[in-house]
Design a protein around this ligand. Sequence first.
Ligand SMILES: Nc1nc2c(ncn2[C@@H]2O[C@H](COP(=O)(O)OP(=O)(O)OP(=O)(O)O)[C@@H](O)[C@H]2O)c(=O)[nH]1
Ligand SMILES: [Mg+2]
Length: 652
Amino acid sequence: MADTNLADQFSAYSEWRKSLVDSICDYRSWLNEQELNDAQIDQRITNLLERLREDKLNVAFVAEFSRGKSELINAIFFAGYGQRLLPSSAGRTTMCPTELLYDPSKPSALQLLPIETRASDATTTEYKRYPDEWTVVEFDVDSNESMVAAFNHVSKTKTVAVEEAEKLDLFDPNSSDDELSLNKDGTIDIPVWRYAVINFPHPLLEQGLVILDTPGLNAIGTEPELTLNMLPNAHAVLFVLAADTGVTKSEIDVWRQYISGTRWKQKGRLAVLNKIDGLWDTLKSEDEVEKEIAKQVKTTGELLDLDASHIFPTSAQKGLQAKVNGEDELLEKSRLPILEKALSDELIPSKKEIVRDNTKNEIEDLINNSKMILDSRVGGVTEQLEELSGLRGKNEDVVEHMMNKVKADKENFEKGLQRFQALRSVFSQQTNKLFTLLGMEALKIKVHTTREAMIAANFTKTMRDAMDGFFEELKDRLVSSDEQINEIKKMMDVMYDKFSKEHGLRKSEPPSFSTLRYQKELAKLERAYKEQFNTAFNMLANEKMTLTTKFFETLASRVVHVFEVANRDVENWLKAVIAPMESQVREHQIQLRRRLESIKRIYKATDTLEDRILELENIEKGVRAQIEDLEILHQHMGNALAFEGEEEEKVA
Ligand SMILES: Nc1nc2c(ncn2[C@@H]2O[C@H](COP(=O)(O)OP(=O)(O)OP(=O)(O)O)[C@@H](O)[C@H]2O)c(=O)[nH]1
Ligand SMILES: [Mg+2]
């Protein structure tokens, strides 16, 4: 398969993730062997592993039609097949957004969503939940012909009456551009499919890469899903321009509105100046050609307000040809390798950083929890040992006295336990209060009422008010959630303090949590909505009501997603707050029972003191060995996390 820099970096990244997964699995098996695992810890490990395994990297290609997006995808990712995999030809070729990915649980096939689904308000993401709405075309991954034939479906069109196209929002009688696309007999050609997902086991896709190929620019405006969801969330967007056409006005508009966006989205946004082979000219010196390219890069940079270092002159066609035929000189001349390097540099290190940070925190937390249990076990055993050693040579009275003391400790602790139960119930009341603010139920109701208001609205102002109110309320909910979260944290701080003073439990500081991240996400969506609402409103003037509802559905589904993530994170946080106390309390209880048990046995002379001391010493050795094991496992995980980071530093 293509041995590109991107492929190498990507495999290194996947290897890194895999070694992390392995080290976490080792930790889990050890917990099981040592009987230190419980359902809650196991669930947390499962979530962590799932997140690592499912981790995806999204790369999107956007351009006016015929700039060479599909050719570029073929050249960067699929040259190893020795031919063009995605259809690429003059004129409009890719007719629907096409996602390339690998999901091993599904057969290698092309899934196609019929264009008629545009008549409903449901977004393509929602349709993904209903496989029977999609047409499936299977193919044989070992046969290039079979794959190429299947992939050709993405360029299928059909001829329909104008009314039909209007119904699907694909034709606007007031647009002169649309007027031009009519056939002589008044019919119009429209795409057969609304969306395509190609599932096949290409090595990079297997490792979690997801490639999005899009049709020419006008499709971008008609699927809000693309502008509100897929493009803002892509880890990299390649905006493809062609050296022979220069930058057009509509390209500048799309770049500004959907891709470069505001400053917060500049990362991973690259422009490609494709088809530089058109500038190669045997009558000009290499120097002259070079100057011509540099000039084009400069103008492009000025027009897009983008630094020249983010603009990549390339020839996708020659790059593909060079890779297929093994022509190294031509490959270099195509400058494709430079683009690939930039893509992987933009993509992988920042992605890795995020994954590393998230994983690191979770691992530290789990390890700390295990460590705390083991430490308190050692503490308990040492205490018992001291107690029993103190009994050497003492008479029955002293033993009895000691037994009474332990009994009193136990009773005292049981009172503490009652307090803990009371705390649990306050904790769950507080939690319920938090979820009435943050929970999905409340959100769904708000989405519903806003939707109704949008549908009933006759004026843009009413619509705008409904939308503003929507964001306003959700913001308030997040802010109030923070107050609730602080309450919970304060209460737990006090409890940890009390338990450590009164029962010698280890004082652990509950982690902090804030909804700021989700507030920021929400603000981003609100910004995107404000930036795009005007465009939607122009359509509305043309009675393109359906587009506005589609727009709202897409926005709402993004907001729902933000809240889903917030809910998941808050649930994890709540567990992290209460879990250490729960396991310590449980552990403490067991130890008190054991202490009492062993003194009782000595008192009744069923055990000799020395036997019991020996036994405890062995237990202590065992627990200390466990602590050492844990240290080693911790180190392994730390190494797995740091491995690539160290390499990066070397390169830098
Ligand atoms: N000379 C030259 N032609 C290219 C290059 N890249 C692509 N082409 C040609 O440009 C035409 C359009 O390429 P596509 O890959 O279909 O372009 P696209 O951006 O995917 O277009 P749509 O799918 O219609 O949106 C094809 O005939 C390609 O062979 C290049 O680097 N140099
Ligand atoms: Mg294409």
